[in-house]
Structure formats: C-alpha cells, structure tokens
Design a protein around this ligand. Structure first.
Ligand SMILES: *Cc1c(COP(=O)(O)O)cnc(C)c1O
Length: 364
C-alpha cells in the first residue's frame, strides 16, 4: 500500500521526544521558545509565535490584526476548510474570490470584485506549496488599506521573488499537522515583523493573560504548543531543506513522465515562485478520466486523493460569503484534479509504479 502522504519520523525525532519526557517539563517552555527562534530565523522574520495547530494560528492572527464581528475577509474557495472557518471563529465573514486555474491560487483580479466597505483583510493561501501572486495582492491591499494574512500551512520553504513564505504578508500562519511538509503531529506557528501583533498573539494564545498571571486583558484561548511536540518540530526544521529537495525530485519524476500526455496538466510553476510540492496535483481533461485513474491506482493499492472536491462556498455555513456571480477559475478544475502520492520517504520506484498505472490508463 502506497499512501498519499506519510510523516517522516526518524531516530532524531524519537530521541528528542524522549529527552523532553525525561526532563519532566512537558508544556510550553524552553523548547517551544527555541523552536520559535529557529523558525523565525528560517523565514527571515523578526518574530515567530507557536500555537497548538494551524487553525488556532489563523484564529490568533486574525484576532491580532483586529478582525472583529461584521468584518469581511476576502479569501479563496479552493483550500482546506480551516482557512475559512478561522475567519468565522474570529467573528468575521469570509468572502470568496475566484482562483487562477493554472496556479490554483487566489486570482488578484477577482479580489477587487469582492471588495465592500466592510472588507478589512485578504487571507491568501499558498495552495499545494506554491506562493500566490503577492506582487499584485500587496498592491491591491496597499491601495485599499487592507491587511494581508498568509496561510502558509502548505508552503514552508517556498519563495516568492526570493523571499520566504512566512515573510510575504503582514502576518503568516503555518501548520505542523502530521501530513504537512514538516510536522510535529499537531502544531502551528505565526510569523510576523509587527511587534504589536506579537503581543496580541501571545496574550490570545494564553487565555488573554498579560505578563501578569491571572490578569486578563481580553478573551483568549489555550492555544499553546507543548515542549514535547516542539521538540519534533525543531528536528524537522533542521531537515526542511533536505525534505523540500526530495519532494522536488519526486515531483520532477512525475512531471517528466506525464507532461507528454495531452489529457494531463502537470503543476504549473510561476516564474516568480519556487514550489515545495505539499501536494503533487494534476488536472485531467475530464472528471471521468480523473476517476478512472484514481480507481486504477486504488486497485494497485496506491492512494491518490482529491484535494479538494468542492468549493468552500458550496457549504451551508460558508455560503453567505459567495460574492461573485461566476467562479470560472475554480469551476473549470474542481471536478478534474487529482493529487498523487508524495512524501519524504517515498521511493522513486514507487513513483514509477504510480506513473506506469497513470500512463496506462491515459493510453487506454
Ligand atoms: C492544514 C491546513 C490548515 C489547518 O491546519 P491544522 O494544523 O490542521 O489546524 C489550514 N489551512 C491550510 C491551507 C491547511 O492545509
């Protein structure tokens, strides 16, 4: 059985956890602080604030930039539901722009069409590991005095014009869920260069407490990461460039073999970006072809998966934020994308096995 993804857990990760367990300091402490420091260094940001998952990182960041009840936040309908749910958690209303069907990321032209007097921020996702068009997005934000938040859950290590994901917007959020490029089981991180945002994040993460314990400046949550999990994150961070390199190598194997088929679009990489292939996602010429390939792989115990089967505006609790009359970009690909197995410990022979089955189905 070849899964779609699999966490990389080496001896170093196991040893790191045991060391924390033996220290008997398990909750947020020195290890979390060290993880934050190293992560900020990696992203070239001044600050990093760890949280217990990516969704809480997004909720915290939205609070930090001042999103309140009734505020509108423009985002993409083609993402994991946590992106839009976090806006609701902060009291805001997600408003869905369309996507660029080549990059799968938010289409800057459609952002302007979604704007209203209530618009406060743009929550951008770097889907599947490729940064969105921050050149155009930041220009729109500046013109309209909007905050830009980067959902970097899938894009650790990716770059836009030589700048690292995590440093592409006013504030950025990462997830270290088990399937992400680097992981600690469950975990999150916020990066920013804005000191005011940092102090708001730190309070929000810990019940709204000031530096004085049992004094509360506002509503807050328990969104703290543990030293146990941060110890895994620290080890993974040391390996991040090696992990990315392997993912790019495996992606290249897929692309070299599949690019010649007219029924397949392999991932498009914009010239301003580097891609870290959180997912290797192809677009087939029809949903029928997509399903045929998925079934053929499944029969050989290879798990290909559909990220994501539906636009977020099609769900009841998010449907209010459907602003455009047409969503040509997302509608043109939503029924025909397929993500193929890709993870650090995946072997080239396993990739070739998947390629062989995909090719055979395309020829038949
Ligand atoms: C994984 C993910 C999240 C949520 O992160 P969790 O750690 O699972 O809470 C948010 N946005 C995107 C785009 C993700 O891929």
């Amino acid at each position: 059985m070849i899964p779609i993804s699999q966490p990389h857990i080496g001896k170093e990760e196991i040893d790191a956890v045991i060391k924390v367990l033996r220290s008997s300091h398990l909750t947020q402490g020195d290890v979390v602080a060290k993880f934050e420091k190293k992560f900020a260094q990696y992203c070239s940001t001044q600050y990093a604030i760890a949280t217990n998952n990516g969704t809480s990182a997004l909720h915290t960041a939205l609070y930090a930039v001042g999103i309140q009840s009734g505020d509108e936040v423009i985002t993409t309908p083609y993402t994991f539901v946590a992106t839009a749910n976090a806006i609701l958690m902060a009291g805001g209303c997600p408003v869905f722009a369309d996507i660029d069907s080549r990059t799968f990321n938010i289409n800057p032209d459609s952002i302007e069409k979604c704007m209203s007097k209530k618009t406060k921020a743009i929550l951008v996702v770097n889907l599947f590991g490729q940064p969105a068009d921050y050149g155009a997005i930041l220009k729109i934000a500046k013109k309209n005095k909007l905050v830009v938040i980067e959902d970097a859950a899938q894009s650790v290590g990716a770059e836009f014009l030589g700048k690292k994901s995590g440093n592409l917007a006013d504030i950025s959020c990462f997830s270290f869920y088990a399937t992400k490029n680097i992981m600690c089981g469950e975990g999150g991180m916020i990066t920013t260069n804005n000191e005011d945002y940092v102090s708001r994040c730190i309070k929000f993460r810990n019940h709204g407490q000031n530096t004085i314990q049992y004094h509360y400046s506002n509503l807050g949550y328990n969104y703290r990461l543990t030293d146990i999990l941060a110890s895994i994150g620290l080890v993974q961070l040391k390996k991040v460039d090696k992990i990315t390199e392997k993912r790019r190598y495996l992606a290249k194997l897929y692309t070299e073999s599949l690019a010649n088929f007219t029924d397949v679009h392999t991932p498009y990489v914009d010239k301003s970006c580097t891609h870290v292939y959180h997912q290797y996602t192809i677009v087939l010429s029809s949903s029928h072809m997509r399903d045929a390939i998925r079934n053929a792989l499944s029969r050989k115990e290879i798990n290909a998966k559909i990220f994501y089967p539906s636009p977020l505006y099609s769900f009841n609790h998010l449907s209010k934020g459907k602003r455009l009359s047409q969503y040509k970009g997302i509608e043109s690909i939503i029924h025909s994308t397929l993500s193929l197995p890709l993870y650090y410990d995946l072997q080239p022979v396993q990739v070739n096995k998947a390629i062989e089955i995909v090719s055979k189905t395309l020829r038949s």
